[in-house]
Design a protein around this ligand. Structure first.
Ligand code: B12
Ligand code: SF4
Ligand code: SF4
Length: 380
């Protein structure tokens, strides 16, 4: 059944409902592409900045324009959830025997599940009250969520390319309800970066070729989470002990002075995820990894990529006591893991011991990339 409430009432009631469901911000945008978003995506892809993320290119036409994704959609209701960390998200970078996990992944539950659960409730209520068709997304479809959130007035895309909010700083997750209902749009938010460039200057891997442009191939978030292969040498030292994602460019933003700690229990940091011991993480097998990270965002990488990241952090620890932990992975079933164990030992083990290990293992090694790590380690 469809009622005929004036559009302003729909807006106010939808907003109240979304806030009551636990979202922290809500806005409305027309289901049409912002021309600069489509052009920005085309440029990003033309420069190859997506790296391994071929899925960004495969459906670029639909990603660039909500009307191409779902022609019947009239309005996009953009919702956001605050995951603001209460403490300094960069504190663990100073503890070399520990890993730093991005604060977005330190909660007990994957944010996709949390946002989608709430979006489904919002959709059920919207349809029961006003009818219309809906489709729901939170990083689950070819949708450019940040430009839509900007159009819906929730914030602007900062020079680090993420959405910045005057109320919540850098710490918002985004989700959308596309609907066939025609609801008046909000005013887009203006850019408030001014002459600041703190996020650009802090990036450990120089991943910003220019303000508002990210070369994902250089971003530690991409390298630790999305990239499936061997991480190139040029980035390894700069990764420090960041083992899952990176918060540096977000954390230094001056707009975070308005941020507040999340009150969502599912996003509150779990003690075991705030600064876990690298030695414990490197020892995880498949079952141990699944057990440790079930339900969290971290399960996404799978065990091998995760332990690859942990071994890079071990290599960067300068802690000779962790050499034994790396040595225990030399016979690992994953070549990714073996290769980073070799790199870690090339940095932590005494030269004579590395040579002895090389003499023992190189002859049996069948993987070309791992062999290259042994050979390059001998030349250090
Ligand atoms: C692919 C992806 C990544 C990739 C690439 C990131 C990127 N910046 O493109 C990688 C793996 C690196 C990544 C990392 C992170 N991600 Co991510 N990611 C995505 C995803 C799936 C698509 C983003 C996308 O479309 N990229 C393509 C490029 C072309 O789009 P763009 O960033 O909007 O680029 C614009 C600029 O280049 C702009 N532009 C160019 N020139 C100019 C000039 C001016 C003046 C302006 C204004 C703009 C401009 O035009 C482009 C189009 O708008 C979204 C979810 C989604 N479906 O939207 C999440 C998403 C963006 N990620 C998110 C998060 C939380 C992160 C991390 C913070 C996680 C972490 N801590 O490790 C980091 C942040 C790194 C960073 N600085 O961006 C959140 C961001 C929330 C927010 N507040 O913005 C999203 C929205 C997921 C969600 N549902 O909440 N991510
Ligand atoms: S997330 Fe880290 S590596 Fe990626 S752009 Fe930001 S500071 Fe650079
Ligand atoms: S750190 Fe400065 S330049 Fe970067 S997003 Fe925040 S205000 Fe903009």
């Amino acid at each position: 059944m469809t009622t005929t409430l004036p559009a302003t009432d729909i807006r106010a009631e939808l907003r109240d409902r979304a806030l009551a469901l636990g979202f922290d911000a809500v806005g409305f945008a027309a289901a049409r592409a912002a021309p600069e978003a489509k052009a920005g995506l085309a440029e990003f892809l033309a420069r190859g900045h997506q790296g391994d993320m071929g899925w960004l290119a495969r459906n670029a036409e639909r990603r660039g324009d909500p009307a191409a994704l779902w022609p019947a959609a009239r309005t996009v209701v953009v919702v956001a959830a605050n995951y603001g960390p209460g403490d300094d998200p960069l504190a663990a970078l100073a503890w070399p025997d520990r890993g730093t996990i991005s604060c977005y992944a330190q909660g007990g539950r994957d944010y996709h599940d949390v946002l989608m659960g709430r979006l489904k409730q919002l959709a059920g209520w919207t349809q029961a009250t006003w009818g219309g068709e809906v489709k729901l997304f939170t990083d689950t479809a070819p949708v450019m969520e940040k430009p839509l959130a900007r159009q819906a007035g929730l914030g602007w895309q900062g020079k680090h390319t993420n959405l910045v909010s005057r109320q919540f700083g850098s710490w918002l997750f985004l989700g959308e309800m596309f609907t066939t209902l025609d609801i008046p749009a909000d005013m887009p938010e203006a850019d408030h970066c001014g002459s600041c460039r703190a996020c650009l200057d802090v990036c450990p891997t120089n991943a910003f070729p220019a303000p508002y442009r990210l070369d994902a191939r250089r971003c530690i978030s991409y390298l630790t989470i999305e990239h499936k292969g061997v991480i190139a040498r040029e980035f390894r030292q700069a990764m420090g002990n960041r083992i899952y994602g990176c918060d540096d460019c977000l954390a230094v933003c001056p707009w975070n002075k308005f941020a507040r700690r999340t009150e969502e229990p599912d996003f509150l940091p779990r003690a075991r995820l705030t600064a876990p011991r690298l030695a414990d993480l490197a020892a995880l097998d498949d079952a141990g990894f699944r057990n440790a990270f079930a339900g969290t965002a971290i399960k996404r990488t799978g065990r091998d990529r995760f332990v690859r990241n942990v071994l890079i952090a071990i290599a960067n620890s300068a802690d000779p006591a962790l050499a034994a932990v790396a040595e225990a992975r030399l016979g690992d079933g994953s070549a990714l893991v073996r290769g980073m164990a070799v790199w870690a030992l090339s940095r932590l083990a005494p030269r004579a011991h590395f040579e002895a290990l090389s003499a023992r293992h190189l002859g049996h090694e069948t993987d070309a990339a791992v062999r290259a790590e042994w050979t390059e380690g001998m030349c250090r």
